[in-house]
Design a binder for this molecule. Structure first.
Ligand SMILES: Nc1ncnc2c1ncn2[C@@H]1O[C@H](COP(=O)(O)OP(=O)(O)OP(=O)(O)O)[C@@H](O)[C@H]1O
Length: 273
C-alpha cells in the first residue's frame, strides 16, 4: 500500500509543482493520473521514487517513509518500485533478454552483472516474463530492432523482473499509435491485476484513462481536484480538471478508433467464417 501525506514540491523560489497532495493507493489498485500540462503529474510520480526530491510530506510504501531514507536505504527501496517510461529507456545495443535481466541489477552482486552471469532463477523468470508480454520469440534480438509497442513490452517485462511492490508508469503510450496504446494499456492493467500490484499511471489521454483505469486522480496546478471512478468523469469534472483545454476532440478520435477496430475485427471474423 502507498500513502502520500501532504506531499509538496517546490522548484526554486516560486514554482510550486505539488501542493499538499494526500492519496492512499491500496494493494492491486490501478490509479490513472490525469491533468493538463504542468499540473504536476510527472513531478508526483518522480517524487515517489525520489528521482525528484520532495520539498515536504511523507511517502509511505508499506509503512517505510521513502521521503526520509538515506542514499543507501533509498537504493534498496528503489528495487521495490518498478518504473515504465514514455521513451522505454532500454539499452538499445543489448538484447531483449539482457534488457529484461537488467531489472535484476539491484539484486545481484556487481561481478555477476559485469560478467552478465545472472542466477538461473532470474533467467528462468525473465523467459516467463517475455512469454507473458508476448516477446519470447524475440528474446535474442537487439532492442533497437523492435517496434515501439514491442519496446514498451520489454519495458514492462523489465519493471516486473524487479518483483516490485509498486509500479510507476509515466505516459507509457505517448509515443505509440492509438491501437498499440490500447494493447499496452491492457497489458499493464492485466499484469497489475495478476500480481495485485498497485500502480500509478500518468496518462495524458482521457479516453484511454477512462477505458482502462479503475480510479482516476485529476491534478490541476499541483493539487488534487478529482479522485473517483472513471464513470464520474463527466464534462463538468473534466472542465474542472482541464479548464478550457479541448479534451472533447481527444474523445471523438478515440471513439472513432475503437469503432474502426471493432469493424476490422468483424471483417476478419467474417473472412474466417
Ligand atoms: N526541473 C524543473 N525545474 C523547475 N520547474 C519544473 C521542473 N520540472 C517541472 N517544473 C515545473 O513544475 C510544474 C509541474 O511540472 P510537471 O512536469 O510535473 O507537470 P506534468 O503534469 O507532468 O506536465 P506534462 O503533462 O506537460 O508532462 C510545472 O510548472 C513545471 O514548469
Amino acid at each position: 500500500m502507498l500513502v502520500l501525506q501532504n506531499l509538496t514540491k517546490q522548484y526554486g523560489a516560486k514554482d510550486v509543482a505539488l501542493k499538499n497532495v494526500s492519496l492512499t493507493i491500496g494493494q492491486g489498485e490501478i490509479v490513472g493520473l490525469i491533468g493538463p500540462s504542468g499540473a504536476g503529474k510527472s513531478t508526483l510520480i518522480r517524487c515517489i521514487n525520489r528521482l525528484v526530491e520532495p520539498s515536504g510530506g511523507k511517502i509511505l510504501l508499506d509503512d517505510v517513509d521513502l521521503a526520509s531514507l538515506s542514499a543507501k536505504e533509498l537504493r534498496r527501496a528503489r528495487r521495490r518500485i518498478g518504473m515504465i517510461f514514455q521513451e522505454y529507456a532500454l539499452v538499445e545495443r543489448l538484447t531483449v533478454m539482457e534488457n529484461v535481466l537488467s531489472g535484476r541489477l539491484g539484486y545481484v552482486p556487481f561481478w555477476r552483472s559485469y560478467l552478465r552471469k545472472f542466477p538461473a532463477n532470474d533467467v528462468r523468470s525473465a523467459y516467463a516474463l517475455l512469454d507473458r508480454v508476448g516477446l519470447l520469440a524475440h528474446a535474442d534480438k537487439r532492442a533497437d530492432a523492435l517496434s515501439g509497442g514491442q519496446r514498451q513490452r520489454v519495458g514492462i517485462a523489465r519493471a516486473l523482473a524487479q518483483e516490485p511492490d509498486l509500479l510507476l508508469v509515466d505516459e507509457p503510450t505517448a509515443s505509440l499509435d492509438p491501437k498499440t496504446s490500447r494493447q499496452i494499456m491492457r497489458l499493464i492493467t492485466e499484469v497489475c491485476v495478476e500480481r495485485a500490484l498497485p500502480a500509478i499511471v500518468n496518462i495524458h489521454d482521457v479516453p484511454l484513462a477512462k477505458q482502462f483505469m479503475q480510479r482516476i486522480v485529476g491534478l490541476r496546478a499541483g493539487g488534487v481536484v478529482f479522485d473517483g471512478k472513471p464513470e464520474a468523469l463527466d464534462n463538468e469534472v473534466l472542465t474542472t480538471i482541464y479548464g478550457a483545454e479541448d479534451w472533447t476532440a481527444m474523445r471523438k478520435s478515440h471513439d472513432e478508433d475503437v469503432a474502426s477496430e471493432a469493424e476490422q475485427a468483424r471483417a476478419i471474423q467474417e473472412v474466417g467464417d
